[in-house]
Design a protein around this ligand. Sequence first.
Ligand code: ADQ
Length: 456
Amino acid sequence: MSAVDNIEVPLVVAANRLPVMRSQSGWTASPGGLVRALMPLLRETGGTWVGWSGEADHDEEPFDYDGVRLEPIALSSSEVQNYYEGFSNDTLWPLYHDALRDSTYNFLHWEAYEAVNRRFADTLADITPEGAIVWVHDYHLQLVPRMLREKRQDVQLGFFFHIPFPPTELFMRLPWRTEIAAGLAACDLVGFQRSINAANFVSVCEELLGERPHVGSFPISIDVAELEAVAAGRATRQLSNRYRTRLGEPEVVLLGVDRLDYTKGISQRLRAYQSLLADATLDTERCVMVQVATPTREGVEHYQNERHEIEQLVGEINGVHGRLGYPALHYLYQSLPLDVLVALYRTGDVMLVTPLRDGMNLVAKEYVTTRLDNDGVLVLSEFAGAADELTDAVLVNPHDEKALRDAIVSAVEMHRYERRERMQRLREVVRGSDVQGWAERFLADLTGSHSLDVDE
Ligand code: ADQ
């Protein structure tokens, strides 16, 4: 019997977003493994998901979706600007990702963050059944645990960070550092992607609060069965063959798939490709690159700047190295459906996952899982959480342009036999730890920890 089978109390999940999006035909499930992993648990335990619908100035009534109660939290458009784009994505996001960009520290943003966190906590306090498990997700909601704990001592309270937790010297820059550390420390368990993130949080709590929180590392994963099924489909194979034909039957397809975020290292990657074309180490008769970038956080200036930089580079690369009918780089600023994404993974001979900092990076895990042919090479940044597990990738420091060039070349030149060996091992690693197992491990630790705390 799995740990989750033992959970007899309801589970309540709180995340910035509800697990659904509004489409023309009504609500549909948001893509991604997190939703697929948590919805069955919520259904089985009669649970609830609390989150924002994604639309500003909309007050929705609670509703049922796929056997799960959804509890919408309303946000005004000024809260979207100040809590979401401001504090979450222009203060916390850059600071927690190695301060790759300057954070704004704005008291109005902080006030909105507090107010929205309070709204989540009040809703949770009202709707959570006696003794239930409350699982709060990610950096948007760090104040919720303490606010909820003040009202409800009976709940088992866990938090999971999808993004990194920074070293003390960076965290200390936050004007509201004590409030945030105390917000999180009210949990029975705070989970992180990597043990280094957990250690950073422990140091922060010891320094600011003089206490040692209960933490753990729980590297998140993907829905392996779903991705393998999509990859095995005939339609996916046919689509992948069509893509290769459309790309001009090149010997090597290099591929990047990311949200258009400055943490993902897209411009560094394109510059490395540009320099390999410029000195003829790579040849466009032989290679072509595809970069897919999902639009994201377009209201935040750092993202607008990053997009301009990338589009400038795409123009330069194709202007200088393209041939009529054969661009050197195909760039899509689009979000793609899963079957198209998987067909692209199957087409990419060299997958470039080179973030400057990333909590985990699921694209890396998706790529290896869909390579049912045991072919393809993953080039992976040491600064992605996934590097802890995917040690058979070509690991690289993406801050070092020469290293990035060398990694791309060694992936392009890698012998078929070595590619196969590495890919088999990578696939085994991901198969051995899917997203369902991740949720089970977190909840088992949380429920164990709670009874321990009570006994003490
Ligand atoms: P993200 O920063 O969004 O997630 P990632 O883990 O790579 O990063 O997940 C991106 C997801 O979006 C993947 O499932 C991918 O398939 C999908 N995606 C990317 N580009 C797409 C496109 N053009 N069209 C459609 N889908 C696309 C945050 C953290 C990560 C952490 C996850 C989960 O920043 O480090 O791995 O949460 O915890």
